[in-house]
Design a protein around this ligand. Structure first.
Ligand SMILES: NC(=O)C1=CN([C@@H]2O[C@H](COP(=O)(O)OP(=O)(O)OC[C@H]3O[C@@H](n4cnc5c(N)ncnc54)[C@H](OP(=O)(O)O)[C@@H]3O)[C@@H](O)[C@H]2O)C=CC1
Ligand SMILES: O=C([O-])CC(=O)C(=O)O
Length: 270
């Protein structure tokens, strides 16, 4: 048990598929962390969702959240990323990011966090293998490719219309390019591409393919990389979250695992 002075207060921005899991785990208890506030668009609904929590976090609007906790976990639609990230970073606080795609155009905030003594965490989210990728990056990466394969229901309605995905009868590659281009084309589907790129070869050199596949029920991510010390292939098949099928159910739990490391004594994995 941490001394009171060593404990970190935590606020969760967004109580959807990802944020609700994070808030619930904090409410159950993560060593050294105290859930003090949550935020959602529909504050009344958020109040109901948090009503069973034993920690009784304050339910706030998004703009009220920065400053209420030392650690803010962003679990919002990507277009709201800056609205929460900027004030958090400006205070020198800790930002944990779900909308990692938005980080690719927010290097100014990372620079500012460095200057002000803040920290920015991008957990693995829906992808796996970043430990090996980070090690390979130290050794010298030669190639990194991420192939994301999702069922039609995992795309936003706008993209489904654009690509006419509901009428697909066979797998179709709907994107090939680098991570920067992938995030621009699919801001709510390939945060994983941004995370992989930041962990390894960089957004311009990380190659990404996105497939819309009517034959797969799950969100699949296949990460391949080659370095001076060998080759790695990691494949995940994630169940879609029942609340938001665009997000893998594993995402929130990855953020919880990252939060545990903020104050853990024994840390496993790089
Ligand atoms: N890094 C990764 O590997 C992954 C990242 N993601 C990303 O994580 C993020 C969250 O995803 P997910 O939880 O599935 O999304 P949801 O749509 O399920 O939840 C979004 C939440 O944001 C809240 N919100 C919307 N507008 C506001 C506002 N103005 N003020 C406060 N809260 C607001 C919503 O509130 P309300 O409940 O009231 O509507 C909702 O609680 C997304 O950007 C997604 O792309 C997803 C999967 C993997
Ligand atoms: O949840 C997933 O499988 C991946 C995802 O949506 C994302 O990276 O944005």
């Amino acid at each position: 048990m941490k001394d009171q002075a060593d404990r970190l207060s935590v606020g969760v921005a967004g109580l959807g598929a990802v944020g609700m899991k994070v808030a619930a785990a904090l409410d159950e208890g993560i060593d050294g962390l105290d859930l003090v506030a949550v935020s959602a668009r529909d504050v009344e609904r958020a109040r109901k969702r948090a009503s069973g929590f034993s920690t009784s976090p304050a339910v706030l609007t998004l703009d009220e959240l920065p400053g209420r906790a030392k650690v803010i976990v962003e679990c919002l639609p990507p277009e709201l990323f800056r609205r929460i990230a900027e004030p958090v970073v400006n205070r020198g606080d800790v930002l944990v990011v779900a909308s990692v795609g938005a980080l690719l155009s927010a290097n100014d905030l990372v620079v500012l966090a460095h200057r002000l003594g803040g920290r920015v965490f991008a957990p693995s989210g829906a992808v796996a293998g970043l430990d090996g990728l980070a090690a390979a990056a130290e050794a010298g990466l030669e190639d990194v490719t991420l192939v994301t394969r999702k069922p039609p229901s995992a795309f936003t309605p706008e993209i489904m219309r654009q690509l006419d995905t509901m009428n697909l009868t066979a797998p179709r590659r709907v994107f090939a390019g680098n991570a920067v281009e992938a995030v621009k084309a699919f801001p709510q589907n390939v945060n994983v591409a941004a995370t992989v790129s930041l962990a390894g070869f960089g957004p311009e050199r990380t190659r990404v393919e996105v497939w819309c596949d009517p034959d797969v029920p799950n969100n699949r991510h296949e990460l391949n990389f080659r370095s001076a010390v060998g080759e790695v292939r990691v494949e995940v098949s994630n169940l879609p979250d029942p609340e938001n099928p665009r997000s893998s159910a594993a995402t929130g739990y990855s953020i919880v695992a990252c939060l545990r490391k903020l104050s853990a004594t024994l840390c496993i994995g790089s």
